[in-house]
Design a binder for this molecule. Structure first.
Ligand SMILES: Cc1cc2nc3c(=O)[nH]c(=O)nc-3n(C[C@H](O)[C@H](O)[C@H](O)COP(=O)(O)OP(=O)(O)OC[C@H]3O[C@@H](n4cnc5c(N)ncnc54)[C@H](O)[C@@H]3O)c2cc1C
Length: 409
């Protein structure tokens, strides 16, 4: 097995080929651990310890301090040993958002406690930002944390909290000082979801699935050492989370949905006229090319980004990727069922896992409607790209320097 040559070995510009010691290390890991493939938790734990989980993270934190792009090549070599590439699908908020936020802002002790179990999937994470009146305006959150001995007491309500019903921990944004302007009075905690006073209630999506929830927080005690950043630093920490979220949601998407389009085209061949089929072929080719261009662009963005520090460019991926995915889902539905959104009898409501993005074209189409809302709507991402990437004049902000408790609501 160690003699085996892979694409990564032979590519002349391959980062692994330029690092023979690393390449040997990856082969050695693959050979020694391939037998664990039926026990993914143990396999991922070993991968984390070997620094091959996220090679762009520091040593001891699942990585080796290497450029982000090296990870894809490591994954190709390991796939040759039957070890599947890790995806964010099983724990999207943990892997895509919590891990880089923790790396950037948490203590070494926190990183030791949380990172490995995020990678192994033992701890699912959720994001407790949005509230009934504060979605796009995240900085306006009203959930209050007040001081008590050894920590804080939290009261408030969050909404649209994906996977809260499965999560061990949540990324919690709260207001610690209502007398300051909205961006300055926020703090950020890791919330243990099993804390007394945390109540999770399901919300159902149009597809009948329930991936998200309302979360009610009543006199929840959060210890001081659960804070990421300092008191009042919540906006800076939340911004890091949101930028990573946009990269995760945008970058992960197009690959996820382009495949079904090809099988849908095959299926449509027998049910439409040659002229119709030629039109569909053209539409599929255009979307396929666009999604491939998108994936290549996002790979370049990922290579350029240092661990935990993507910039506002992530919004381009979120905006572009999710809108392509919606068009792919719509075309797939048209090809397979001529726009008929058939649902199982009884419209059964089901609690869903993170990896479940819809088992049918109809479910995928319905789920895709949320893609341009979650993680910041397309309008908000257009504002970010306009202001922070293109340098256009900013959106109107009438509440900029006004104390949060004096803003009319
Ligand atoms: C499937 C799904 C999963 C989600 N998961 C999570 C989660 O896990 N955790 C979490 O915290 N949140 C989550 N959300 C919530 C999501 O982040 C919010 O729905 C989103 O930020 C929009 O907020 P809102 O729903 O309050 O809409 P609003 O902010 O009320 O916006 C309503 C409309 O106004 C537009 N708008 C608002 N402000 C502006 C502006 N300044 N300029 C131009 N247009 C504007 C918006 O684009 C939108 O079209 C999820 C949402 C969905 C759909």
């Amino acid at each position: 097995m160690s003699e085996r040559k892979t694409e990564a070995d032979s590519g002349s510009r391959s980062a692994l080929a330029e690092r023979p010691e690393l390449l040997a290390r990856v082969h050695a890991f693959g050979a020694a651990n391939a037998h664990l493939v039926r026990d993914l938790v143990s396999l991922r734990a070993a991968q984390f310890d070997a620094g091959l989980a996220w090679v762009y993270f520091p040593e001891g934190r699942g990585g080796l301090g290497l450029p982000r792009g090296v990870q894809a090549e490591v994954d190709v070599v390991l796939a040759d040993y039957g070890i599947p590439a890790p995806t964010i699908a099983g724990n999207p908020i943990g892997v895509g958002m919590a891990a880089p936020t923790l790396l950037a802002f948490a203590s070494g002790e926190h990183c030791d406690r949380y990172l490995k179990r995020i990678f192994t999937g033992e701890d699912i994470w959720c994001q407790l930002f949005s509230e009934p009146s504060n979605g796009s305006d995240v900085a306006g959150v009203a959930t209050r944390a007040t001081r008590t001995a050894g920590g804080w007491i939290v009261n408030g309500q969050k909404v649209w909290t994906s996977f809260a019903h499965l999560a061990s921990f949540g990324l919690l944004l709260v207001r610690t000082d209502p007398n300051l302007p909205k961006h300055r009075g926020l703090s950020y905690f890791v919330l243990d979801m099993s804390s007394p006073g945390v109540e999770v209630r399901p919300l159902f999506q149009i597809s009948g699935d329930s991936q998200f929830n309302e979360v009610f927080l009543t006199d929840v005690f959060v210890p001081d050492d659960a804070m990421l950043g300092g008191v009042g630093d919540g906006w800076a920490v939340a911004t890091a989370t949101l930028m990573n979220e946009r990269v995760a949601l945008g970058g992960a998407g197009a690959q996820r949905m382009a495949e079904p389009l090809l099988s849908a085209l095959d299926a449509a061949e027998n049910s439409c006229s040659p002229v119709e089929f030629a039109v569909y072929q053209d539409q599929v080719a255009r979307l396929w090319i666009e999604s491939e261009a998108f994936v290549s662009t996002m790979e370049r963005v990922a290579r350029a980004a240092a661990a935990g520090e993507p910039g506002p460019e992530g919004s381009i991926g979120k905006l572009w990727g999710t809108e392509i995915q919606q068009r792919i889902a719509a075309l797939e539905l048209e090809l397979t069922s001529r726009w008929c959104v058939g649902m199982p009898e009884g419209y059964p409501l089901t609690r869903s896992s993170p990896a479940d993005y819809g088992g049918s074209p109809a479910k995928r189409y319905l789920r895709s409607r949320g893609f341009t809302i979650e993680g910041g709507t397309s309008e908000i991402n257009r504002n970010i790209v306009g202001e922070r990437v293109l340098g256009l004049p900013p959106d109107l902000r009438v509440d900029k320097n006004v104390p949060w408790n004096e803003i009319p609501r």
